[in-house]
Design a protein around this ligand. Sequence first.
Ligand code: AGP
Length: 612
Amino acid sequence: MCGIVAYMGPKAVESVLLVGLTRLEYRGYDSAGIAVLNRGEIQTRKEQGKIKDLENLLQAHPVEGNIGIGHTRWATHGEPNRKNAHPHIDNSRKIAVVHNGIIENHYELRRELIKEGYVFHSETDTEVIAHLLADKLKQHPQIEDAFYQTILKIQGRYSIVFLYDGAPHRVFFARDGSPLIYGHASGESFLASDIPAIVPLASHYYTIHNGEWGWITESGEMQLFNSKNTAISPKLERIDIEVNQVEKNGYDHFMLKEIYEQPDVMRRIIQTRLNGSDGKVLFPEKAADNQFLGSLSRIFITSAGTSWHAGLVGKMYLEHLAKITTEVDLASEFRYRNPIAGGDTKVIAVSQSGETADTLASIYQAKSKFIRVLSFVNNANSAIARESDAYVDLMAGVEIGVASTKAYTAELLNLLLYALFLSGIKWVIGKTERQKICDEIRLLPSLMEETLRKSEVIKQWAQNFKETKDFIFLGRALDYPTALEGALKLKEISYIHASGYAGGEFKHGPIALVTSDVPVVCIAVQSEIYEKMLSNIEEVKARGGKIIALYTEGDKTVPKLADYSLPMPKASPLLYPILNSIPLQLLAYHVAVARNCEPDQPRNLAKSVTVE
Ligand code: AGP
């Protein structure tokens, strides 16, 4: 939540910051601003709204210079308006600060600073940093000393970046909790919340760790210190993200591009994990954790939102294939329920961003009970990957759309393969059966492509739901989480109220909602619950409800009963949670576009939720 970018180098800072902020807009988009240091003077430009609004302001009131910082905000303290937009400056206009995270002791600091005569101009927690730094400079005239003293005084989760006109050849930073990376190119330095912001300008990066602070210079260097104020040497890594991964490449929205990338994501995962014909599944990145797997008899999956839905499917995969008792917890609840666990237990944390504060807190909770943690993340440099004993790389590639699509199906496939991997270790499934499942999984990319070719049908349906106020999604067994996910996707990007239910539960209350104005999406593909889903469809129909159904091609019954029906290719039931997600993602996307909503940046949301 909130995106930070900073630049020092020969290029015009305004354009570097605008590109960087646009790439970080998925982290927050209620207001944005930049500060530029030029000829000893700090100039700021801030605007409520999106980066486009800031760009318009900069066209009318440009700034010049080669050193600057920028910020795109997701409001925590204070309304999203120009006054609360970052950067925040001290009373003498010598310091400009951007910040991501929460300063937990800001009330106390604000009170102390007001007593000292500092005047606040915003309701943010960030502004205390600017005044505190100015105050520390009174006793510690070297800015690095004043900054270190400031860091010692503030509490909470943060990444902070600031300019000081008394040090015009440096941009300062500190991290404790919220992500921050340093980017390097010859004669240029960058700081950013995430790598896409500095692609393709920077060639190398370093992930700044919690407790680290320092400064960058215009000659492309970084001076780094740890929390004990000892200088450390960073080890840079090459950036291997191509610019086409962070651009729309002709698609109207990132979400649509990412929906269409799914077959290739599946191919990549399959090539890495199923590269032989012997039914062996490979998880090389977690080899360090393999020694405990033989005695593993209980798993807790913790995650949030879409990743929680992946966890619900993961439970069924783990119980069905590996015969390991699995519980799924919302990460935000796990820490409060004091779970009972022994040495035979593992926690699996699932998170696309690897930064979700709730999921991170659940990992700390697990570790306090000495439970080993394996995370499934799409960002190997993330806090969740670092805090876990081992991690599985989701391999979905950069996901920019706030509504998770390809990362979700990557979570599902990796969980399926992990269950299969454990089934081998625990001798639950024989080699022949495992090979059969692997062969079915290898068909997944082409089955997905076949499904994606039906997008136009769903786009036409969407026109009929522009004015719809409520939707219901029904699924059973493996498709129950798919129903939950379909409802979440629709509500987060189209703002239509939608609820997902297990088909069997529907008659116990929610069926009262059925009217001809409430479409009911029924996932009724061929599986052991097919007959039961037919009963659901009949019950809705009997009450005048409108049915949108997914069914298996060749089935003659469902299309006769449904008002809208989409045939899905024949596949192993294990693959349906992955395949059925695609038409539901497309439904959400096309309905959102038909309602003139912005699918990539839904209101009130941010992609990585780094506050609890
Ligand atoms: C997905 O569409 C949502 N925006 C959201 O529910 C998300 O899945 C959740 O915040 C968890 O994020 P994570 O996977 O990065 O941990």
